[in-house]
Design a protein around this ligand. Structure first.
Ligand code: GLU
Length: 287
């Protein structure tokens, strides 16, 4: 018998304390799964072995349980699956879509500044970072440090037809319905580093596919990254989930919440006496 229940997931990184924004996303996924008779998975996105710690992970799971969220076991931890990402990377490399990029952060900055001084407005990605000014022609000594980047022009060509995804939420400009992907806007994205042999973009698409995720519900700050995700899905022959990008919970000054912002961490609110129902009220999920 096939299991055709929808599959939702919440995929936090244990590199800091969960805040109100995480609570919103976790509860939204959990409730959408419940309302649709679907499954709810929790995935620990801990590829950054320096910033993600077992103590932070424990605190994160405890905060979620306190909030009233429950998930299927076992939890998938990305750090236990570096092999899965390496295989996908090998497949992309075998197609000539990946190259070793040797420019350091400082070199990138200086190159971009030089081009801008010469009068060219250098393109920025949707997060505001300059596109990588190097390219697949780079060479370096055997022992020179490098990262692996996707050759975006080739990748887009190899993907062929224009790519799109189904958006049931909203993008920053109100985009909804069928949204055309624009992976070129990101340039040659990093797929892996020496100390972290994968990247957020690569592992997220592999895991969503391996876990059979059918509905990705996450914050609007990841809307534009979806263009890279659908491109990688196409190149790797992976299914495409439906996407729902939700509102971000903002701090009182209107800024994005961050993991270093103490006042909105679930832990500090809880220590100050807040109940899970108070949290739901604070994020507008109390009906
Ligand atoms: N791990 C990512 C984060 O904490 C979320 C990934 C996703 O939902 O696609 O921001």
């Amino acid at each position: 018998m096939t299991d055709d229940r929808p599959v939702f997931r919440f995929a936090p990184s244990p590199n800091g304390a969960l805040h109100l924004g995480h609570a919103y996303s976790a509860l939204m996924n959990f409730e959408m799964a419940r309302e649709t008779g679907g499954r709810f998975l929790l995935r620990v996105e801990d590829i950054d072995r320096e910033r993600c710690t077992p103590a932070l992970e424990r605190a994160m799971l405890e905060d979620l349980a306190w909030l009233g969220v429950s998930w299927e076991e076992p939890v998938r931890r990305q750090s236990a699956h570096f092999d899965d990402y390496a295989r996908a990377l090998d497949a992309l490399e075998a197609e000539g879509l990946v190259y070793r990029a040797y420019l350091s952060r400082g070199e990138i900055r200086r190159l971009v500044e030089a081009r801008e001084r010469a009068g060219d407005a250098w393109p920025r990605d949707p997060d505001g970072a300059p596109l990588y000014p190097g390219g697949a022609h780079e060479t370096g000594a055997d022992d020179a440090p490098y990262v692996l980047r996707l050759d975006m022009a080739r990748a887009v060509e190899r993907a062929g037809a224009a790519l799109a995804w189904s958006e049931s939420g909203l993008g920053p400009e109100g985009e909804t319905g069928t949204v055309e992907a624009d992976p070129d806007a990101w340039g040659d994205v990093i797929l892996a580093r020496r100390d972290t042999p994968t990247s957020y973009n690569l592992s997220v698409v592999i895991d969503d596919a391996l876990q059979g995720v059918t509905h990705v519900v996450r914050g609007r700050d990841l809307f534009h990254a979806t263009s890279v995700h659908v491109l990688l899905q196409e190149l790797l022959g992976l299914p495409r989930p439906d996407y729902f990008h939700h509102d971000l919970v903002l701090a009182e000054d209107g800024r994005k919440l961050s993991k270093s912002n103490r006042d909105t961490s679930l832990r500090s609110l809880r220590d100050a006496g807040a109940t899970p129902d108070d949290i739901r009220r604070m994020i507008g999920l109390d009906q």
